[in-house]
Write a protein that binds this ligand. Structure first.
Ligand code: ZN
Ligand code: ZN
Length: 420
């Protein structure tokens, strides 16, 4: 029996504690940068397992380290934050919590992205590693990251000196629970999650009376032209083999039907999978907007502000092959490939700052029977709640078991004592 199977045969001994922790966390979600209760509970558990624990990294981040002889250092990362959503799952451990968000509004809070699963799985894997140190060698770094949903939690930990506060890892690993049959794990070499950029564009016209347009430069007509003119950046300038999404999600101008406004503000969101496509499209957006402003005779240059940026998540091929091999040994035909995802993540900011390779995989969270029924009916999109839905609720098992098995198996691809 391999080390993974030997360690994981003890999973049932931690199952109840893990399920309790998960349900308590699901019932008590916290918004990005407010993960105080979660971090305190995580730190208490990790300390009790024998890890050296540092708290308050990037405000609420937790890093826990377990040295177990000479060997590689592996970093496992889980994100901890929840979303401003009112839970609609009807689970008996559903959240009824509200909190004050960054804008000062009282909002409902829900673990609608499954980060509570990630935390519980990393705790479970850590407990198993700590309890069976004869089966592995090296150093385990368990990282509990705040504020993934706002895209700045990983960066906050790095900026707060994370890399000087933990032993230097040689690989970083992370996972996400996704729609798909629970019990399955899925890997993908290369680009796996898109990079994201939001751009706020302010165009300046010249306001005036709606009855005398000849005296004005109308920013509403200009903004409408820009919305249309941005579309061919994807359909005509970007190769069909390069996936990209450009959505103008907000367009604001004017106050009254007979007043021509001074300015218009557009906000768009861009998703891309290579840095070169990303840079080229951002440059095309700028060129297109500037040209349309010139065509309208704007009195002032447009302004561009980029915000809510997420890095590209592109899995290292060798690292991914190593994890995929370990998964296929342990999970058999429950391990497979992962489709390209249009969502984004800030996890890769950590390995990028540490200059180490990484891989990021998916685990299914959907009841397998419900999934197969929806698949047969061609109704997966309609019937299976995805992340960020108020109905998103991974089935407890085998999701927690699988996520724990995946972390243990992947980390052992470096830490297995028999491999050296
Ligand atoms: Zn999310
Ligand atoms: Zn997430």
């Amino acid at each position: 029996m391999g080390a993974a199977a030997q360690i994981l045969q003890h999973y049932d001994s931690i199952l109840l504690e893990q399920e309790d922790f998960y349900q308590d966390l699901h019932r008590n979600p916290e918004l990005s940068h407010q993960e105080h209760r979660t971090a305190a509970n995580v730190a208490r558990c990790m300390t009790s397992y024998g890890f050296e624990v540092e708290t308050g990294i990037g405000k609420t981040g937790v890093a826990a380290v377990l040295h177990n002889g000479s060997g590689p250092t592996v970093l496992l990362r889980a994100d901890m934050d929840a979303l401003p959503l009112k839970e609609g799952t009807g689970a008996d451990y559903a959240s009824t919590v509200t909190a004050v968000d960054q804008a000062g509004e009282q909002v409902p809070v829900m673990h609608a992205c499954g980060h509570d699963i990630h935390v519980a799985c990393l705790l479970g894997a850590s407990q198993l590693f700590a309890g069976h140190q004869e089966l592995w060698k090296g150093t385990l770094v368990a990282l509990f990251q705040p504020a993934e949903e706002t895209g700045d939690g990983a960066r906050a930990m790095i900026d707060d000196g994370l890399l000087a506060r933990i032993p230097a890892p040689e690989v970083a690993l992370a996972q996400h629970v996704l729609p798909g049959p629970s019990g399955r794990v899925a890997t993908r070499p290369g680009a796996v999650l898109s990079s994201a950029d939001s751009v706020r564009i302010t165009v300046h016209g010249r306001g005036g009376h709606g009855s005398m347009p000849q005296n004005t430069v109308d920013p509403v007509v200009l903004a409408a032209m820009i919305v249309v003119r941005l579309q061919p950046i994807i359909s005509r300038e970007t190769p069909p083999t390069e996936p990209a999404v450009l959505t103008v999600g907000s367009l604001r101008a004017g106050t009254k039907s007979n007043i021509i406004a001074d300015e218009a503000v557009l906000e768009l969101n861009l998703r891309t999978y290579t840095d070169s496509v990303r840079q080229r499209i951002l440059a095309s957006i700028r060129r297109t907007v500037q040209a349309e402003c010139q065509a309208s005779g704007c009195p002032k240059e447009p302004e561009f502000e980029i915000f809510d940026r997420f890095p590209l998540t592109a899995n290292d091929k060798e690292t991914t092959a190593r994890v995929a091999g370990a998964f296929s040994n342990y999970f058999g035909d429950r391990a497979g490939g992962l489709d390209l995802q249009t969502a984004s993540e800030d996890f890769s900011d950590i390995p990028r700052a540490a200059r180490i390779p990484y891989t990021y995989w998916g685990i299914g969270g959907t009841d397998p029977e419900a999934w197969h029924a929806a698949e047969l009916a061609g109704r997966v999109q309609e019937d299976i709640p995805a992340n960020h839905s108020p109905m998103f609720l991974p089935v407890l098992q085998p999701t927690l078991r699988t996520g724990t098995e995946a972390l243990v198996t992947a980390a052992l691809a470096w830490l297995d004592a028999d491999d050296r």
